[in-house]
Write a protein that binds this ligand. Structure first.
Ligand code: COA
Length: 263
């Protein structure tokens, strides 16, 4: 007999305890419920007293981001709680048939889930790299990312907030920011690395390797593991991560429901 519960103050601790059993697997849910509760709605499914899965809807970005995590046969009961349209759903490949049954016009992309553990990374260091500081570098970051296609443009204020709140490193050539990488989720067990990007005119010069290396080095000073997602057909990014020591541990799907966003 299954029972669905919306997560609230009364049952939250039990859910947190469940997520902590496998922090890597549940990294987004654990981070959102602990640090972004005002932007997070979560429904859990129980069989008796046993928590069997959840759907989480995170609403602080341009489009809702949904994490569906459970065994196949019960996913049907949880997907009902996903937004009706315009969202991105993150699921394991085995759940795709259930998602497509509800959203026939979906578009999906395979992402490699990669991680590196403390003691297993190779670092690449350079004087060209430094941490970004909020006010000075926000416009540098806005200029760098203006060359990025398929991404909504953000205000300089957004970049000031981003740099103030996250660990973001950049590669500077003749004073110009040409590449950056950051960590957007930081838990004591794992830091998630993301936002890796190099100006198209400066690619294949090792700059993304430098930026990703330094943020990975910082991550592994604080946590046992650094992890990231990368589209499985993004050969140059995968090469960067492998050079540093990241290895693939699994696959996830990025399912786009009407947003046009790609990973
Ligand atoms: C992925 C990206 C960050 C790489 O930036 P970069 O500064 O060119 O990376 P680096 O120069 O450090 O390393 C690129 C590596 O990929 C290799 N490479 C490039 N194109 C490749 C391809 N098609 N297949 C295999 N390897 C490739 C390069 O040879 C280089 O490896 P090497 O140093 O051993 O020769 C850049 O292409 C980019 O910004 N892409 C768009 C954003 C993106 O996809 N970000 C990653 C999100 S997870």
């Amino acid at each position: 007999m299954f029972r669905i519960e919306k997560v609230n103050e009364n049952n939250k601790q039990c859910v947190i305890d469940f997520l902590r059993l496998d922090v890597i697997r549940h990294v987004f849910a654990l981070y959102d419920i602990l640090h972004e509760p005002e932007h997070t709605t979560m429904y859990t499914i129980f069989e008796g007293e046993q928590l069997k899965g959840y759907i989480l809807i995170y609403t602080a970005m341009e489009f809702p981001s949904v994490v569906l995590e459970c065994e196949g046969d019960i996913a049907e009961r949880l997907i009902k709680y996903a937004p009706k349209n315009r969202c991105i759903i993150h699921v394991s490949p085995s759940l795709l048939p259930i998602v497509t049954r509800k959203f026939s016009d979906e578009k999906h992309y395979v992402e490699n889930w990669m991680l590196v553990k403390r003691g297993e990374a190779d670092f690449f260091r350079s004087k060209l790299v430094r941490r970004l500081c909020a006010d000075d570098d926000a416009s540098n970051l806005a200029i760098l990312l203006s060359s990025q296609r398929d991404r909504p443009k953000r205000s300089v204020k957004k970049y000031i907030d981003l740099i103030s709140n996250e660990s973001i490193y950049g590669v500077f050539v003749n004073g110009k920011l040409v590449s950056y990488a950051g960590s957007f989720i930081q838990l004591p067990q794992v830091w998630m690395i993301g936002g890796v990007y190099t100006d198209p005119r400066h690619r294949r010069k090792g700059y993304a390797t430098l930026a990703t290396s330094v943020v990975t080095e910082e991550a592994l000073k604080h946590a046992e593991t650094a992890a990231l997602f990368v589209r499985s057909d993004n050969c140059s990014a995968i090469k960067v991560y492998e050079k540093i020591g990241y290895r693939k541990i699994g696959e996830k799907l990025w399912v786009d429901i009407g947003t046009g966003m790609k990973p």
